[in-house]
Design a protein around this ligand. Structure first.
Ligand SMILES: *Cc1c(COP(=O)(O)O)cnc(C)c1O
Length: 433
């Protein structure tokens, strides 16, 4: 039996169903490739974080990282679940506001926010801007003075914690383009500058140690370092944070080999860690914010592809091509991400064929799954690639002028189109003759 997430099941016709909807029917209705999102699973994950904080009586904000996947329907869902969101561009901010997110629940991140983006965020009254560097302190301060406004801010610190993960998605260590470094004294300089600026209302400190982290240890190490730094600043400057933002990066399951903690366990560990350090240092217990992206959305997403051509090189390899690839999921090509999958339209057929799932893009590196056992397949069979909800559609591109897929949300037997499939007209919409 393959690894199934959330409400995914097989019906008596041996079709994969998600949210009570038959994926074979969805593929007929919307075409392939198709992203199917299990809304109940998204809600369950969101509540796993939010309700654990609430049950522990800890003031909190759970802020969904938009970059994992966003669209109007997603923001509507976040509002329903009382989550905030972070945005890292004017485009994400625009989408969040159009999607009905209340500006107070939006925080703005990024290592190179432009003047236009910062102005736009200030005009929209976003709840928090996370300052990333010295250039931004000056830029934001100038904008605020011009507008005669004040802005709640935090500042991002790289605490120097190596979370054990892939180097491309490692951001908490010293050699990083993100945030103020502690060891060289930059973070302290930034603190002084921000505190001295009357337009910047400093609410706390932020760190994000990486992504796809399976255990609590990295977070506990970061909590310990952050509180030591904060306690130094309390002694030196008499400054105590209202909010400690521990970022995101909570791991998810892509294949049987992955064994991440549940959201509840991450939250409990972080809360206990902060409590322990605060008691030890006699530091006032702050509000705790986290920024889960992948852990809210990854496992909820499944991509349905149609099988097309196959190439068998005797004694070498069996290539199976699908009607998507690196345009709708660049992660395997970009950083060797590993996925799992199975036929969505007939589960019982025995998987006997060692295969490589490849896309239809003109790159040899356009591989979705390097090695997978699959049954003998026919054109038009449907392949379900699981746990594709994060950083799949959001990194989608139009390489080879392929169309971006459709995205459908399913829940309680209802399907609802969240993003329509691109058309050829969309493709040339920006071209000038
Ligand atoms: C990417 C990112 C997140 C979310 O990371 P996930 O691994 O998707 O949970 C949160 N905060 C910041 C600052 C990020 O850059």
């Amino acid at each position: 039996m393959p690894l199934l997430f959330g409400t995914a099941k097989f019906n008596e016709q041996e079709h994969l169903t998600i949210g009570g909807c038959d994926t074979v029917v969805l593929a007929e209705k919307y075409g392939t490739p198709l992203f199917v999102y299990d809304v109940a699973h998204i809600r369950e994950r969101a509540r796993g974080f939010k309700q654990t904080f609430n049950s522990l009586g800890v003031k909190n904000k759970v802020i969904y990282a938009s970059k994992a996947f966003c669209c109007l329907a997603m923001y509507k869902l976040l509002e329903e679940e009382e989550l905030g969101c972070d945005v890292v561009s004017g485009g994400e901010l625009y989408t969040a506001i159009k999607g009905g997110m209340s500006p107070e629940n939006i925080e703005f991140h990024g290592n190179n926010k432009t003047k236009e983006e910062l102005s736009y965020a200030v005009d929209q009254n976003v709840g928090m801007i996370i300052i990333d560097n010295f250039y931004e302190i000056d830029l934001l301060s100038t904008i605020l003075k011009e507008k005669g406004k004040q802005q709640k801010v935090m500042f991002r610190i790289t605490p120097g914690v190596d979370a054990e993960t892939h180097e491309y998605i490692l951001t908490g260590q010293v050699d990083s383009k993100f945030g103020f470094d502690v060891m060289s004294g930059q973070a302290t300089d930034a603190l002084e500058k921000i505190l001295a600026d009357e337009n910047l209302l400093l609410k706390g400190a932020h760190c994000h140690i990486g992504s796809q982290i399976f255990s609590a240890e990295g977070f506990l190490a970061a909590v310990e370092k952050m509180l030591l730094i904060l306690n130094d600043w309390k002694k030196t400057f008499g400054y105590t944070v209202d909010i400690l933002n521990m970022g995101g990066g909570f791991g998810v399951q892509y294949t049987e080999a992955d064994d991440p903690l549940e959201p509840e366990a991450f939250v409990k560990a972080i809360v206990n860690g902060v409590k322990g350090q605060c008691e030890l240092l006699d530091y006032a217990f702050p509000e705790i914010w986290i920024e889960p992206g992948r852990s809210i959305i990854a496992e909820a997403g499944t991509t349905i592809y149609s099988i097309g051509s196959q190439k068998v090189i005797p004694d070498v390899r069996h290539y199976v091509s699908v009607d998507g690839g690196m345009g709708d999921n660049i992660r395997p090509a970009l950083y060797d991400a590993v996925y799992d999958g199975f036929l969505a339209n007939r589960i019982s057929t025995e998987a006997t064929q060692e295969s490589r799932i490849v896309g239809k893009y003109c790159e040899s590196g356009d591989v979705l799954i390097k090695n997978i056992e699959l049954p003998p397949m026919n054109p038009e069979d449907l392949f379900a690639m699981t746990s594709t909800g994060a950083y799949g559609y959001s990194m989608a591109n139009n390489y080879n002028r392929n169309l971006k897929p459709a995205v459908v949300f399913v829940e309680n037997g209802q399907d609802k189109l969240a993003i329509r499939r691109e058309t050829f007209e969309d493709l040339i919409a920006l071209d000038c003759e």
